[in-house]
Design a protein around this ligand. Structure first.
Ligand code: GRF
Length: 213
């Protein structure tokens, strides 16, 4: 069961919803949480029949209480994997430890290059010739955890930010569902910073699930 945290448009959420509907991702979304009442992601969730939940950070005296509310909501929905999809708040170590190695983030640049809230713009401003998309596990530092998948794209000469954002999004919408499916299939192993993706045939299954009586 997946929980998706969003703050905005939710185009990545939509890509995950569509991939599940198309049978490309073998998982379910138990809840979509947003910290903003006006996030279009909430509308997308409701349209797809997924519980959509606005948790207002301003209604809590401290960040810890806001995060506890999110943790409780995710646990109540039996969420095993938390997917950050444009969630614009930093998560504390308490939240990260509540779902160890079970929080994914998508970042619109090739980490560790251009971390932060403006990955696409920063790559353009820097004059980088190549940028891309990173899907990584979340650890206690920002845009830092072990990398599951990355895909590069060449920046075209004179390319404007809006055009580059479009091309980055197109990669994101394919790559995020792919990463989730790899995890759902049990093919992702994390060893320190290194993530190994096992080939489809090599996943060990316990005998009880292989030899059904
Ligand atoms: C994406 O570009 C993602 O990489 C970044 O935030 C953006 C979210 O877009 N973390 P959307 O809300 O999924 O459309």
């Amino acid at each position: 069961m997946i929980g998706v945290l969003c703050s905005g448009q939710g185009t990545n959420l939509q890509a995950i919803i569509d991939a599940i509907a198309a049978g490309r991702v073998n998982a379910r979304i138990g809840v979509v949480i947003s910290d903003r009442s006006d996030a279009f992601a909430l509308t997308r969730a409701t349209a797809a029949g997924i519980p959509a939940c606005w948790i207002d950070p301003k209604s809590f005296p401290i960040r810890g209480a806001f995060e506890q509310a999110m943790i409780q909501t995710l646990r109540a929905r039996r969420v095993q994997l938390v997917c950050l999809a444009g969630f614009m708040r930093l998560l504390s170590p308490v939240f990260v430890r509540a779902f160890p190695r079970r929080i994914l983030n998508i970042h619109p640049a090739l980490l560790p290059a251009f971390p932060g809230a403006h990955g696409v713009r920063d790559a353009l401003t820097w004059g980088a010739k190549v940028t891309g998309v990173t899907i990584h596990f979340v650890d206690e530092q920002v845009d830092h955890g072990p990398i599951v998948l990355q895909e590069a794209l060449a920046i075209q000469s004179g390319e404007r930010e809006a055009e580059l954002v479009k091309r980055v999004h197109a990669i994101e919408h394919r790559l995020y569902p792919e990463a989730i499916q790899l995890i759902a299939e049990g093919r992702v192993r994390v060893d320190g910073r290194r993530v190994t993706i096992r080939s489809a045939g090599s996943v060990h299954r316990p005998p009880s699930t292989v030899h059904k009586k």
